[in-house]
Design a protein around this ligand. Structure first.
Ligand code: CUA
Length: 310
């Protein structure tokens, strides 16, 4: 969050520094007053001495101002700045170039591009320098969307849609993280935001729109597809262009094009994918993927098929 890569994130950083400065100042003043009080009492008389009435009134006024009025002024000012900066972000956010609907699940992210009509998981691509609008909601508990370098932090709340916008100044890959404790695998609920040039973004979108290619007959991938469609995989996953259409788990239409598995838990390569299929519970206990009992030949075919889903 100290290495901001977009205007919205920059505003959050400014705001955080302001808050840190104000809080730091209050901290120092309070410590000084405590020190003053301690030293003063040591010099003074007995502990329960009654103060003269005039002095008591003076201290009462001091407590009223320092304990009531000053905090009220400081907090109202800080709140005013916050409301103002949120308004500015909202005003700038009128016309987004891209909208993505994000649904939080325990513990992964479903990402739907309504304009282009495809769904992906745990990885979004956005064009550089363009305003991106996210519609956030949740399928189960409260999650929170946060890409420290790019976006403010917004909650995903079941039954409600929150709108978050951000702009990325530079091409690159940015890590996002669920920022609201949502269960045992909260820490393993990450995602990637890939900021592409306009050209790369158009190419990516065009590829994602395509349904999954059908593997050639009599190849390992073809056998893998048969296995996929005839097994428990289809109860939870969708592969567009095939009969698999469940939305309980991540859409796998282009799984091989993604960089990570298990919401940022593993790098997406053949070994990790195989391990995940065989026993995802060993990698990320508590997630909804059951262990799959496959022969080594079956596993090889299945992985060969999934690798064609680019
Ligand atoms: Cu989802 Cu923490």
């Amino acid at each position: 969050m100290f290495d901001v890569q977009g205007p919205e994130a920059a505003r959050v950083a400014e705001w955080s520094w302001l808050l840190f400065g104000v809080a730091g100042l209050v901290f120092v003043v309070v410590l000084a007053l405590i020190g003053f009080a301690l030293l003063r009492r040591r010099r003074g008389g007995a502990l329960h001495d009654q103060l003269p009435q005039a002095q008591e009134r003076k201290w009462f006024t001091f407590v009223l101002i320092a304990g009531g009025i000053v905090p009220a002024v400081v907090l109202s000012t800080v709140m005013g700045v916050n409301v103002y900066s949120e308004r500015t972000v909202a005003a700038e956010a009128e016309r987004p170039a891209v909208t993505v609907e994000v649904i939080g699940h325990q513990w992964w992210w479903e990402m739907f591009y309504p304009g282009a009509g495809f769904t992906t998981a745990n990885e979004i691509h956005v064009p550089v320098g363009q305003r991106v609008e996210l519609k956030l909601t949740s399928a189960d508990v409260i999650h929170s969307f946060w890409v420290p370098q790019l976006s403010p932090k917004y909650d995903l709340i079941p039954g409600q849609t929150n709108t978050l916008t951000f702009t990325a100044d530079h091409v690159g890959i940015y890590r996002g993280q669920c920022a609201e404790l949502c269960g045992t695998q909260h820490a393993h609920m990450a995602f990637l935001v890939v900021v592409d040039s306009a050209q790369d973004y158009a190419a990516w979108t065009a590829r994602q729109r395509q349904p999954a290619p059908n593997p050639t007959a009599n190849t390992a991938a073809f056998e893998g597809q048969q296995l996929f469609q005839g097994s428990a995989c289809v109860y939870c996953h969708a592969v567009r262009g095939t009969t698999a259409s469940s939305r309980l788990g991540p859409d796998l239409t282009h799984i091989a094009s993604r960089m990570a598995l298990g919401a940022g838990t593993l790098v997406n390569n053949r070994g990790n994918l195989s391990g995940w299929i065989v026993n995802a519970q060993a990698v990320k206990p508590g997630n909804k993927m059951p262990p799959m009992y496959l022969s080594s030949g079956e596993l090889e075919s299945l992985v060969a098929y999934l690798e064609t889903l680019r």
